[in-house]
Design a protein around this ligand. Structure first.
Ligand SMILES: [Zn+2]
Length: 127
């Protein structure tokens, strides 16, 4: 109990800046977790493509009764793809990708209207 009490007092003592740091590291951990989930789904997608390819080939060679399994795999693959998109959106919300100049591909600080390198006008994305 004493430990928890101390923890509580420490938390109360945190300055706003430290709280901001804690929030950011929480977001960082969450983004890391999401990225791991994303790579897991990428592997699943690759495996599904391989399996579908093998089944389609066996059907091509004349094996019967594979249609239902192929259909099931295709639906599952579409679901995986949708999950990947949604996870990528969550990652982007947690860690917005830096704006890149469309002309010279230099990374730009947010807020500016012009590329500081080549001077081209840059449309700022709204998030
Ligand atoms: Zn530029």
């Amino acid at each position: 109990m004493e430990f928890l009490q101390k923890l509580g007092e420490t938390a109360k003592g945190l300055s706003d800046k430290a709280k901001e740091v804690a929030r950011r590291s929480g977001e960082y951990l969450e983004a890391t977790r999401l990225k791991m989930e994303l790579s897991r789904l990428e592997r699943e997608l690759t495996n599904n493509f391989l399996s579908v390819g093998e089944l389609v080939y066996r059907r091509f060679k004349g094996e019967e009764g594979l249609d239902a399994e192929i259909e099931r795999l295709l639906s599952a693959t579409k679901k995986v793809e949708e999950d990947m998109l949604s996870i990528q959106e969550q990652i982007d919300r947690l860690q917005p990708r830096p704006l890149v100049c469309p002309q010279c591909k230099v990374e730009l600080p947010s807020g500016g209207k012009f590329c500081s390198y080549c001077g081209i006008m840059v449309a700022q994305e709204k998030r």
